[in-house]
Write a protein that binds this ligand. Structure first.
Ligand SMILES: [Zn+2]
Ligand SMILES: [Zn+2]
Length: 572
């Protein structure tokens, strides 16, 4: 085949993968036309356009002209760039040709990494026309680099992109339920991709609903039960699955891979076999699974929450009946960390109070930054008194919520706090945080934390690792010591829900509560309209840390919160 013919065949394959049957047909007809007229390269095609033979379908001629004018390879490159990311990766790895990729896609419905892994594991590639064991081995060999070149997406951004699509799916008639998949559903702080699933018998209605969203103008792939769109420079994939076995898809595609493999081993020990497409008994009968609980239940397990499906010890704990009762949004009674226009927040205290009331909170704390914080605006000592007056007026206007006047005080390089004690004493609650390393070693940073925790006026350490997702790692501290000191001094540690913090993260939060520390889950919000969303991210992160309501300060009634603050203040 000449390079030009090959290019036309590739364009047909790319259209097939996009799910565009009409385009695929037009490109293969363009290839037939080129062959019939002995057009071996773009350059040969010119005369055909000047004097088109009668009876040629103008649409086919138009496609050939596009390849002639733009250069066929340019069209191929932009088509490859528009493939769903994992398919693009597979093609670029060199393991398959575009024709083979189109076959794999068409015959097995493969569009994502999870599909590729399952197809390789079940040796389905070698059986396809135009593929063999060598190709399957090449794909298997490249799996270890899977996603290495695809940047991960911060959780906050992924959630904000997914919510609109999830809402549209849930509002579509015939959709029983819709959920995120993969690391997004597990609440990982950075996610590999945004994939959603919905259970429905009417997939075309759901696809039509998604295509009317203004954000889904750029379609990468569309087939009966799949849609991939590009929105805000980010790919979002949607699967529409049969409700009768949707639980099996949800379970497999939620992962993690380690959890699923451990569950497969557990299934085998019970005489079942668990695969991507569902659970089967020893004689091969599929156990119908409309929900995930149908599968866990058949295996003698309770539903394991997605956030703790990390492949750690969750299955053993489930077998022993020792799964944690994870904290959820409904347990939260208040938010103890947020900013107003008195420091770097966008909104007035009044707007923040109103939003907290709308969320149904019993209490809240306004905690603006102290003078030497690097924030764009800070609370001054003089401002503290005026802010207190404003809060006093708001307390009269909003008797339904307890408004705490707090601050987020920087821990200075020598371990002192950024307000003198006589000022700190005027606040109802004091949060202490490190925003600036000041060139210190981990041991020196720890000494600053210890000094702050020993301070009787400090109730809470905010975002303890001070990482920035996705650009800055947290401090490399002796966290066991930090947790021990928190317990010893009666200081609360924060799980900060701001998308750039998510700090403590799940793994550290699990260690903190295991050590006996009390945590609080806060929004650290700078805008009234995001208070709810950031609290949600904090909850997801806490759940990844096996955190239960009993570990969390702000699941408690206000009198208990007040008692904890007062007890530490009185203890020195
Ligand atoms: Zn902070
Ligand atoms: Zn803050």
């Amino acid at each position: 085949m000449s390079p030009f013919h090959h290019t036309l065949a590739q364009l047909a394959s790319l259209a097939t993968i996009r799910g565009d049957v009409v385009e695929a047909k037009l490109w293969s007809s363009a290839l037939d036309l080129a062959r019939a007229h002995h057009i071996e390269s773009e350059l040969d095609a010119g005369p055909l356009f000047q004097d088109p033979p009668p009876g040629i379908n103008p649409a086919i001629l138009e496609h050939l002209r596009r390849a002639y004018e733009a250069g066929g390879w340019v069209l191929v490159e932009s088509g490859v760039a528009d493939l769903p990311a994992d398919l693009r990766w597979l093609f670029e790895s060199g393991a398959v040709t575009l024709d083979q990729l189109a076959t794999v896609h068409r015959e097995l419905g493969v569009t994502s990494a999870a599909d590729i892994v399952a197809a390789v594991r079940e040796q389905k590639l070698r059986a396809l026309h135009g593929l063999d064991e060598t190709v399957e081995r090449a794909v298997a060999a490249s799996l270890s680099n899977l996603r290495a070149r695809i940047p991960r997406i911060p959780l906050g951004r992924a959630v904000s992109l997914a919510v609109k699509m999830l809402a549209a799916l849930r509002a579509t008639p015939g959709v029983a339920w819709a959920a995120p998949l993969g690391s997004l559903r597990r609440g990982q702080d950075q996610v590999g991709d945004i994939e959603l699933i919905a259970a429905t018998d009417q997939p075309s209605a759901a696809i039509d609903a998604l295509l009317t969203l203004p954000s889904s103008s750029h379609v990468l792939h569309r087939s009966e039960r799949r849609l991939y769109v590009m929105t805000n420079l980010q790919q979002i994939g949607v699967r529409l699955t049969h409700p009768a076995n949707a639980g099996a898809d949800l379970l497999h595609l939620t992962g993690s891979r380690a959890h699923f493999e451990a569950l497969q081993a557990h299934a085998a020990s019970k005489g079942f076999s668990l695969r991507a497409d569902g659970l089967r008994t020893a004689d091969g009968t599929l156990v119908p699974a409309a929900t995930e609980s149908d599968i866990y239940g058949a295996l003698g397990l309770p539903l394991i929450p997605p956030e703790i499906r990390g492949g750690d010890d969750e299955i053993e704990r489930a077998i022993r009946g020792e799964l944690p009762a994870l904290v959820s949004l409904g347990d939260i009674r208040g938010d103890l960390h947020m900013h107003s226009e008195w420091s770097d927040g966008r909104d007035s205290i009044g707007a923040m109070v109103e939003a907290c009331c709308a969320l149904g909170y019993e209490y809240m704390a306004i905690t603006d930054h102290s003078p030497s914080s690097a924030a764009s605006r800070n609370l001054t000592i003089d401002g503290v008194k005026r802010q207190a007056d404003e809060i006093a007026r708001l307390r009269e206007r909003y008797p339904e919520i307890v408004i705490l006047h707090g601050c987020e005080a920087d821990i200075l390089p020598d371990g002192r706090l950024d307000f003198p004690d006589e000022v700190l004493r005027r606040f109802d609650i004091v949060l202490a945080s490190l925003h600036d390393r000041s060139g210190h070693t981990p041991d020196q940073l720890m000494e600053r934390y210890v000094a702050a925790m020993k301070h009787p006026l400090v109730t809470l350490i905010a975002h303890p690792t001070n990482r920035l997702v996705p650009t800055r790692e947290g401090y490399d501290l002796d966290y066991d010591r930090l947790f021990e000191m928190a317990v010893e001094t009666g200081t609360v540690l924060e799980i900060d829900g701001a998308p750039s913090h998510l700090d403590l993260d799940g793994a550290l939060a699990r260690r903190a509560v295991a050590a006996g520390a009390t945590v609080s889950i806060d929004s650290d919000c700078h805008r009234s309209d995001l208070l709810g969303r950031q609290m949600n991210l904090g909850i997801l992160t806490a759940r990844r840390g096996w955190v239960e309501p009993r570990h969390v300060l702000n699941t408690r009634p206000f009198l208990d919160v007040h008692a904890l603050i007062a007890a530490k203040r009185a203890s020195h």
